[in-house]
Every structure is written in C-alpha cells, then in structure tokens.
Design a protein around this ligand. Structure first.
Ligand code: ATP
Ligand code: MG
Length: 896
C-alpha cells in the first residue's frame, strides 16, 4: 500500500480485527440516543445498556453474541466552545468500540488493543511511543500491561477515581450499580508538540504531546452503599463487561502523522474548500474559523440526516446552536451569503462510504442548512443594528458592558470576537471579564439542567432500578387494573414508604398506564389503595415513562394515605387516554391519506400524539396546496365515517416487514413487533385505506370512535420537512366552532357577513395600496422638486480626503430619503452623500470610498450627535433620526 492509511481504512481494519477475535460487527446506531436519559448518542456503549445490565445479548437477525464491535457516530456538545481551539475535540466523533457482555475481560481487552495498535498489518505504531494510565489500585491491569504486554513501568501512570474510573468518582460518590476502573492509552506525538514528559502529565493532565486515543473500561463492580464510616463498598458483579472506545479522528491523526485531525483525509479537503469559498487562506488567527466551520458542518449534516430538524427546543435547539456557531465563523471569514450548504456534498463524499444514509438524505439536508443560514443571516443583521444602537450611545474610548456583550451573544448569537471587532470600529472596548462571568453563569445553569452529562449514561436511578422485572403492561385492553407496588424510588434511592404529600417514582408489577414512546405521551391518572392503618390512599400519576429494559416508571404524587412496597394498588388511567387514542389512530389515517394524496414518497419524520392534539412531521418537497390539505382531511373523515375496525397483533419482525408494514426511519425494533392495522374500503365511494404500521401505541377500536378530524396547521419545519397539526373528536369540533365565531366577530367589525368577508377585505386592501402609492408619489415629487431646484443647499466639498456632497431637504423621510441619497451620489459624482431633513439623516458612501476607509455609519453617528439625535449603520449606508438638519450638516467640517 502506498501512503498512510485513510480514515476509512482504519475504521475497516478495526472492525475486521475484532471480527477476527469473534466479535459480531453491528451498524452504528442513530445519533438520536437509544433511550430517553440522553438526547444524543455520546458513546459506543450506549445502544448496549440493556446488555450491560444483563439483558440477553441477542441482536436482530443474529443469535446470541456476547462480543460485539461497532463504529458508532457520537455527538458531544458539552464543551462545544472548545471545538476548533483544541486539536483533539470534535462535536461529532466516531467511536470505535469492542464490547464484551459477561464474556472476555481485562486480559483480552488490553492485549488485543496492543496487538491492534502495534501489529504491522494493523496500525503499526511504534510501541515505544505508547503510554497508559490505570486506576490507582488496579494491580490486575498493571500486571497485564507490564508482565504480559511488556510496557515499561515508566510508561504507566496511576490516577484516582476522578480520572480512571467509570462513572467518574463512583466508589465514593455513586451512583450504585455497575462501574469499574478504566485504562486509557496515550500516544506520544513527540517534542514538536511540547517539551513536557510523561511524568509531567501526572501533574498537568493536559498535553498536546501525549494524546489520549483509547479508553478501556472494565465494569466489574457493583457499587453499593458505603459503610457507616464512609468506606466505599465495591462488590464483584456476577459477570464482568468490557466497554472500550477509541476516537477514530484521533487514531487517524496519529497514524497519518498530521498536526491535528483537521489535517487528516476527512477534514483537509473541507478546510481547503472553505478557504476557496471565503478567499481567506487557512492560516493565522482566522484559521479557527475554518476549523469550526469544517467540524460543525459535518456534525450538522450527520445529525440532520438522522432525522433531527432545527427547532427552538430539544435536540433541534442543540443542532441549531452548532449551526449558528458555524454560521458566525463563516461570517467572520467575510461570508455574507449562505455558503455552508455548499460544503454538504464534500461531507457526503468523505463520510458517505461508512454512512450511506448521508447520500440518501443529501438533498433534504442541503436545503435545510441553506434555509437555516438564510434565517440566521437575517438574525445577524438585526443583531448588527442592535449593536449599532448600543455603540452609538457610547463615546470613543468607552467600554461596552459585559452584560450587553453577553446579551448580544445569547439573543443574537453574536460571538464575543464579532462584538469586539465591531466595537473596535467605534473605538469602544468590551468588558471581557464581565462577559466571561455572565457566560459562566449561563453555562452552569445549562449544565445543571443538562440531560446528557457523562455520568447520566446509566441514568440517575440505575442503582435503585437494579433487579426489577419488566412491567406487565395491560393498558391496550384495560384502563383500570390492579398491581403490586414493587419499588418506590426518589432521588436515586429506594424508599420504604411514601407519606401523603410526597412525590416519587412508583414501579408496579402490572400497569394499565402507557409509557411515553413512539410519539405518544405517557399516561396520567390515579392510584388508589387501602393504607395499612385502614385509611384510603390516593395518588396522582403525573407521567409514565419506561427504562430500556421495560420497567415502567410512574411519577406519582401521594395525596392521601401512605404507600408502601407490597401494597396492592388500583390503577385508573385518566379519561384523557380516549382523546390520546383518537389522536393516535387519526395519525395513522393521516399518514395513509398523505401517501394517497401526495404520493408514496411521503415518509414520517416524527410525531407527537397527545390528548389535546396530534402533530405529524413528514418528508415532502413542497408546501401543500389548500386543495391538497382539504383532500387529505376529507379522506380521513371518510374513513372515520366508514367505521373500520382497528386491530393489532404481535408478530416476528420479518413477518411484519414481509407483509409490508411501515417501519419508522431511524427507529430500532426488537425481534417481535406489534402491528396496528386499519383496512377497508368505503362503500359507494372510491377510497380504500390500507394502513399497517409497526406501533406500540394505544388506539381506538373503530375509526368511527375518532368522531371528527380537522387539520389546523401546515408549516415548514425544515427544508423538505412539513409539519401538520390536527385535532380529532371534540377537540376538532370545538376548534371549528371557535373559528366560525371568530370569523363572525371580524365580519361584524367590518359591517359585513362571514360570506362577505373576502370581498370586503380585498376592497380595503386595494384602497390602502392606492393611498400608499399616492403618498409615496407626493414625497418623491417633493424630494425631486427640492433637489432639482438648483437653489437648494447642495454642495460638494473635499473633507478628510473624500468628496462629500451634502444636501438639506424638508419633509422627506425613510425610503425617499435613501432614494434621494442615491440620486445625489449619482448626480454629484461624490464619494459620500449626506442628506439631512427635518425627519432624518442618511449617509451613503461609494464602494470605492469604503475601500479607502470611509464609514457612513460613523459619520452618521457624529452628525446625528451634533443634532441631538442617534444613529449609525454600515460602512456604505447609515441613517439616523434627527429633527435639526442645519445642526447636522453644520458638523460636517469637524466630523472628518
Ligand atoms: P478527553 O479527556 O480527551 O476529552 P474523554 O476522556 O472525554 O477524552 P472518553 O469519554 O474516555 O473520552 O471517550 C473514549 C475515546 O473517545 C477517547 O479516548 C477519545 O479517543 C475519543 N473521544 C472522546 N471525546 C472526543 C472528542 N470530543 N473528540 C474526538 N474524540 C473524542
Ligand atoms: Mg477518556
């Protein structure tokens, strides 16, 4: 082979190496986390939580496999501000992992890692450059490293549980449950990167020279409550696991011997393209922007591909944050038009081999990024106006407060460096220390509320959930059922009793409460029981969720009596469930109707089924016409009226797929699936519904139970993805009634009937347009009369090396003022045109003048200040609100 291994080569070698050691190669899970405790997949082990906790290691289409290997795409946004600044952190990374579920342990894990890293036919790294850290008292790992592998003792450092234990600090601080020491492997990149030594690393724990490439975690203990004197208790687990993770970007950097991962074969071409598009070479301080854009465009493209859309909250808001950081850096590189979407094909080219879904979704992803960029650039413009206002109020030499700088960052997405750059033009500096303080405070709040911290991987309740069986769910058929209380859990602890007024998580042997999933919200309702002291007990169920292994968690507030493990409770699901079921079956009908009307290209991209409404996201290139919406709605209502039976059945997944059941993109299914079916054709009509979906949700028994169906909103959520909101049953009829009443009220205001509204409004609009045109015409005439009048105060003067044309007008504002400035620039051939009237001031500068250092915004600011007003703007165009044109023009001589 010629040249170093490519990233794709390394990925493939890793997976086939572990296949040769008896591992099953599985595909990457989606970036959307496999369980509800985290937003995104952040580590290779995450899809296997259930197996680490003892579930059978059986994977769809395969028998039992206790050894598995994957290349898992991961998204880590915890320290996103560092991406681009350090040479080792990505927001999107590929984690190469080998896993053992109670099969092999430390010896195999470490010796295989060594064989893979140093073997000439594998990575072929120089063994003398490899180093390892181990947990302080992990003698087993120490012996394997030194005696069996032959790593010199001087290449090993021991760290405490803060560094070399997973979860970090578990022995002393918990959580209880599976945990274990880990051993990290480092590569010495040589003195080019730093003159520090391995011994120094014991102190510094930060190095550009010694790069952590691989973490081998040994979950071997069951952490239990400490002894009364605080001594940690670590019992041996019945079976021991192996969980490893090697960053593909990092090993590629090492193997290709390049400066950082931005110079490897995936990123170098993207960086080069950014330099080309922006005309800014990849060098110096600005190179940070190239790196940020290159790294983020990859994570954004891949996250969009996996079905996350830009949105104001949840996963979509994280995605938006990454995108905005990239856009800001593109802006810093001088890019003023949407440009980042042009990089998507390159991402697809570089990553598409390993992730073919990228190519399939390329058009949708490109369009979504472009739309987002357009939106953001508009936001940025308004931010620029905002900052202009803040700065105009300040003297040269003044300081912009940290709070204001943070406000700009937080609400307009202005990074500090952009704020500083603009402030500099005004001769204003920024209070960076105060800014950092505000930022730190905000980050603390975000961290506290973050659901995807590392320690959350097993969920805070992991220990307390240990040993509980999967809950028997009877809620498809029953809304009231009895069950036994198996556990009460609060703040990660098992509780012995729940007194009235307290809140906790309740686990039952049997439950009719549906746990949130598949878009359907969790059930609410009540628990009732007889308390030990003969009192009646009662609690509210606020929400229901479930763990990856099927333990249902009821969030309960006790209202009366006391609840204890072992009590038998009567579970009563709230009547809202009926509305939820209506909305769920209506969702399936809507899906079928959309496919019937818009074509089979429609694919579900997400849904929400609640008592109040349903929301359905789907891929479709164009906005729906009013006609199409009406057609879809009519179709669904026909199927409702026809009262078809709704049936469900469990079957092996292969059988369901063979029968043509619709499965959801990116969703993971077990071997046995539930298929929900609505089938029939409308008598005397022309419509047939054939809906068959893999679905674990709750449904009505007959479509007639839906009652009525109305589409209330249709909007764009991302380019190529539409969102429909619809209502069923009473919610639908109530909504229609409210609309009719509102139309009647508006008609009353306009002295017409609901039927006459359209004609009345378009008549009014026409009148308004005519009036506006007339006013504009009059203003233009007024401006022209004054400009052409010769006698006006037009003069061209030489000021500060520029030819400046100035003119006073009266009664002119806004658009006409700007038009007049253009005209003046044209007529006079000057570099700068200044027009002042009693209603405002406009300054315009030619491109050439701006190139020579003219700044319309600064000039406008000064002239306005002389007239007691405020204003500012861009170097080529600026305006200000003033009332005294003489004063403004009088300041011209001193303004340069
Ligand atoms: P670091 O201390 O360098 O931030 P980490 O200890 O957070 O890394 P782990 O959680 O142990 O990393 O992840 C296992 C491996 O995944 C690391 O050894 C590294 O190779 C890789 N990795 C982790 N985080 C990143 C990242 N942000 N970018 C690139 N690779 C990463
Ligand atoms: Mg690590």
């Amino acid at each position: 082979m010629t040249g170093p291994l490519t990233t794709a080569d390394i990925r493939e070698k890793y997976l086939s190496f572990f296949e040769s050691k008896g591992h099953l190669r599985l595909p990457s899970h989606s970036l959307i986390a496999p369980d509800p405790t985290t937003l995104f997949t952040v580590a290779g082990m995450q899809p296997f939580k259930a197996q680490f906790m003892g579930a059978p290691a059986r994977f769809s289409g395969h028998g039992e496999n206790k050894r598995v290997t994957t290349a898992q795409k991961c998204l880590r946004v915890g320290d996103i501000e560092n991406v681009g600044r350090t040479l080792r952190h990505c927001s999107l990374l590929e984690m190469l992992g080998n896993f053992s579920f109670g099969d092999y342990f430390k010896r195999e894990a470490l010796t295989w890692a060594w064989e893979f890293l140093t073997g000439p036919e594998w990575m072929g790294l120089d063994p003398s450059k490899l180093y390892a850290t181990i947990y302080e008292d992990d003698e087993e790992a120490f012996t394997i490293w030194t005696k069996e592998i032959g790593l010199p003792e001087s290449h090993i450092l021991r760290f405490g549980a803060d560094e070399n234990f997973w979860p970090a600090d578990a022995p002393a601080k918990g959580p209880n449950g599976p945990c274990g020491p880990c051993s990290e492997i480092f590569y010495d990149r040589g003195p080019k990167y730093g003159l520090d030594t391995w011994a120094d690393y014991a102190e510094t724990r930060e190095s550009a020279r010694f790069l952590e490439i691989w973490n081998n975690v040994f979950p071997q203990y069951d952490r239990q409550d400490p002894q009364p004197d605080g001594t940690p208790v670590l019992a041996d687990l019945p079976f021991k696991n192996i969980d490893t993770g090697m960053g593909l970007e990092r090993i590629a950097t090492v193997v290709q011997d390049v400066y950082d991962f931005y110079s490897n074969d995936v990123f170098a071409p993207i960086i080069a393209r950014i330099a080309e598009l922006s005309g800014k070479p990849y060098e110096g301080v600005q190179s940070l922007s190239h790196r940020v854009v290159a790294e983020h465009i990859r994570s954004v493209s891949m996250t969009l591909t996996d079905g996350v859309a830009f949105s104001p909250n949840g996963r979509g808001s994280v995605l938006r944050k990454i995108m905005r950081r990239a856009s800001r850096h593109a802006y810093l590189l001088g890019l003023r038009e949407p440009t980042l979407y042009k990089l998507v094909p390159l991402v697809v080219e570089r990553m598409g081999g390993a992730y073919p879904e990228l190519a399939q979704e390329e058009a949708r992803v490109t369009a979504a990024i472009r739309t987002e960029e357009e939106g953001f650039l508009r936001t940025l413009e308004s931010g620029i106006q905002r900052i202009g206002n803040m700065l105009n109020g300040l003297e040269r030499g003044a300081v912009l407060s940290g709070q204001n700088a943070f406000l700009l960052y937080d609400t307009y997405g202005f990074p500090l460096d952009l704020t500083k750059e603009i402030a500099e033009e005004y001769g204003v500096s920024v209070d960076e220390a105060a800014y950092a303080e505000s930022l730190e405070k905000a980050q603390e709040i975000a961290r506290a509320g973050s659901k995807y911290g590392k320690s959350e991987l097993f969920g805070g309740n992991q220990e307390a959930l240990e040993g509980l069986p999967a809950t028997q769910f009877v809620g498809y058929d029953e809304l009231i059922a009895e069950g036994e209380v198996l556990a009460l859990i609060g703040a990660g602890e098992r509780l012995a009793h729940l007194p009235a007024g307290s809140e906790a998580t309740v686990v039952l042997s049997r439950t009719p409460f549906y746990a949130e999933g598949g878009g359907e919200v969790g059930d609410t309702g009540a628990l009732e029981w007889d308390s030990a002291n003969g009192e009646r007990g009662r609690g509210q169920v606020r929400d229901t969720r479930k763990t990856p292994v099927g333990v249902f968690l009821h969030d309960v507030q006790v209202e009366e009596g006391e609840l204890k493990p072992g009590d038998t409770v009567r579970s009563v699901v709230s009547r809202e469930r009926q509305a939820i079921q209506r909305h769920h079956t209506a969702t399936h009908l809507l899906h079928a109707a959309l496919r019937a009307v818009l074509g089979a290209g429609v694919r579900q991209a997400g849904s929400l089924v609640a008592a109040e409404r349903l929301r359905f996201d789907f891929s479709h290139g164009a906005a729906m016409t009013l006609d199409e919406i009406a057609q879809v709605e009519r179709l669904v209502n026909r199927w409702v009226t026809a009262n078809f039976p709704v049936t469900w059945r469990e079957m092996p997944i292969e059988e369901a797929k063979a029968a043509g059941a619709t499965a959801l993109f990116g969703e993971k299914y077990g071997d046995t699936v539930r298929v929900v079916r609505v089938e029939g054709s409308v008598p005397f009509g022309d419509t047939t519904v054939a809906s068959m979906e893999l679905c674990g949700g709750t449904h009505v028994r007959h479509t007639g139970d839906i009652g009525a169906f109305v589409i209330v909103a249709d909007e764009n959520v991302a380019a190529g993805v539409r969102r429909i909101e619809a209502l069923a049953g009473e919610a639908a009829t109530a909504w229609v009634r409210e609309r009719l009443q509102s139309a009647a009220r508006v008609a009353g205001l306009l002295n017409t009937s609901a039927e006459g509204l359209e004609a009345r409004v378009s008549g009014l609009q026409a009148q308004l347009r005519a009036a506006q045109q007339e006013t504009a015409q009059v203003r233009r005439q007024l401006a022209e009369a004054q400009m052409g009048g010769g006698g006006s105060a037009q003069q061209v003067r030489e000021l500060g090396g520029f030819r400046v044309a100035a003119l006073k007008l009266s009664g002119i504002e806004g658009n006409e003022l700007r038009g007049a400035a253009d005209k003046l620039l044209d007529q006079s051939g000057a570099d700068l045109a200044v027009i002042a009237s009693d209603k405002g001031l406009v300054v315009k500068a030619t491109k050439d003048a701006v190139g020579r250092g003219a700044h319309a915004g600064q000039l406008a600011g000064k002239l306005a200040a002389a007239a007691g007003g405020k204003g500012g703007g861009r170097p080529d165009m600026a305006q200000a609100g003033i009332q005294n044109p003489e004063a403004a023009l009088g300041a011209l001589d001193t303004a340069f």
